[in-house]
Structure formats: C-alpha cells, structure tokens
Design a protein around this ligand. Structure first.
Ligand code: FE
Ligand code: FE
Ligand code: ZN
Length: 277
C-alpha cells in the first residue's frame, strides 16, 4: 500500500483536484496554496471543501501536502520580505483550517547572507508567531538541497529550527529525495545510513511526507534540479527501494518530477506496480 500523487492546480477548486487525482490513479496530492511565485490566494468555498473531504474518505486518500509559496522567506535579510513571508504563512495556515488534519509544507527559507544560525533563529521566530496550540494542520519543513543560502540543507539545521519552536508538536519534516541527494546524503548506496542519521538527529516520528523526485545531478552537487523517475542520477532501482522502505510506510509520496499529466499518470502507475508484485 502506498499513497502516491503529484502537484495539481487549484484553479478549478478543491474537489476538482480530488477528482483529477482519482483519474490519475493516485491517492494523495499537493497544491500551491497561492501562486508558487507569490501573489494572492483565493478564498475557500466551504461546499467545495466539504465535497473534497467526502471524496477523500470514499477513495481512502492519504494525507494531502499543501505547498507554501517559494517567495515566502522567513529569514531574508530584508525585514519587509520577512514580514511579508510571515503574513503569507499566517494566512495560509488560517486557510488550511478549512481542510483540517492535512499537511502544509514549505521551504524553511534563505538567509541571504546573514548566516545559517541567524536564518534558523528567524525561521523559528516566524513559526512561533504563526503556529498556535490547537491548530489542525501539521507544518512540514522541507529538506533543502543547499543551493544559494538555503537553510535546511542538513538534518541538523532542521532539528535546530524544531527545537526553537514552542508548538513544535505541530511541526514535521517533508523529505525531498532530490534535495537530500543533492545536499550530499547518499540514498543510493547508503539508504539505511541516511535513515538512521535522520532518526538520530531529528527522529523518524517527525518524518511525515516525501517529495519523490529523481535528480539531474550527482550526490552533493548542492543544485536542486529534479528529474523524471529513473532518468536521473538516483535511478529507478534506488527510487523503488526508497518507496518500499518500511521507514516510509504509509507516508504520502508527492511527485515533483518534470512531467505533463501523461507523465505523472505513468509514474503513479509505475510506483503502484511495485506494491502489487
Ligand atoms: Fe518544495
Ligand atoms: Fe520538493
Ligand atoms: Zn526542488
């Protein structure tokens, strides 16, 4: 059993995404809570969300993984950008309450020259303002490739953020296979070692979802260029081993591979076939 899906556009509403993923053969999905490059987000229609919830129950979907905007940066050196980022996060999390008990993933941020330690503090500061004790969403920090000044390029940095957040029972981690590989974690030759490291530093109980991507680059390249499953440097054999690893059982797997609809339909079918052998 696996929960597998891809990113979908929210343009036609929430129930439409559920229907589309059912047509794709998947049972989870991701969507951008607003335009990935920033901008306004549409209000939620309660009937639409109710219809989606019914569909998710009926089709036995796994948890959904909303994705925050790429422009949201809680640790920019520019205070206006930081303030903007916090406002986006607060509005997104408010909106997520309409679809309770799902995941909201975001890129921790880029410190833009301030240094990782300052970045970590500012991200935690933002989260401390945005999270509240009885919220119904689990917020996921995404593991990053470490390009530019990205924070979250190793498990230690994510752990430091988590430790500084008061309501950190609302925090988890989304492991992006392309990102950890590009960051230097060898999930091809030492998957067990990487998982053990994650467990030792962060704790596997924090691992809530995966972004399931191959990579155009070699391990440690620090680049972040996704590739179709089996066509990159991670390769199909390793992708299959990851998907079937007991540590990731029942987690939502989200494809962020460079594909059109047809490509996603095929990749979803490929991943599902591993579980029917
Ligand atoms: Fe991401
Ligand atoms: Fe990702
Ligand atoms: Zn990426």
């Amino acid at each position: 059993m696996i929960y597998i899906g891809c990113h979908l556009s929210v343009t036609n509403g929430y129930e439409a995404m559920g229907r589309k993923m059912t047509e794709f053969g998947g049972n989870t999905f991701a969507w951008f809570t607003r335009n990935p490059r920033g901008g306004k987000s549409k209000d939620i229609d309660p009937d639409d969300v109710r219809a989606l919830s019914e569909l998710l129950d009926k089709k036995k979907f796994g948890k959904l993984v909303a994705h925050g905007s790429y422009t949201m940066n809680l640790c920019s050196a520019n205070p206006d950008t930081r303030k903007n980022g916090l406002e986006m996060l607060q509005k997104d999390l408010e909106k997520m309450e309409a679809i309770p008990d799902q995941y909201y993933n975001f890129h921790p941020g880029s410190h833009t020259g301030q240094g990782a330690d300052t970045g970590i503090e500012q991200i935690a500061e933002g989260l401390n303002k945005a999270l509240w004790p009885d919220m119904h969403t689990t917020v996921l920090l995404e593991t990053m490739a470490g390009k530019g000044s990205e924070v979250g390029r190793n498990f230690e940095e994510l752990k430091k953020i988590i430790d500084l957040v008061d309501c950190n029972d609302k925090l988890g981690v989304c492991l992006d296979t392309c990102h950890v590989w590009d960051a230097g974690y060898d999930i091809v030759n030492d998957l067990e070692g990487v998982i053990q490291k994650f467990d030792k530093i962060i704790g596997l109980d924090r691992l809530k979802a995966l972004h399931f991507n191959d990579s155009k680059n070699i391990c440690g390249a620090g680049k972040d260029r996704h590739e179709k499953l089996g066509q990159g440097m991670i390769g199909m054999q390793a992708m299959k081993k990851i998907a079937m690893h007991p540590a990731f059982e029942n987690k939502p797997f989200i494809l962020e591979t460079p594909n059109e609809d047809e490509g996603y339909i095929q990749e979803i079918a490929t991943v599902k076939s591993w579980f029917n052998d």
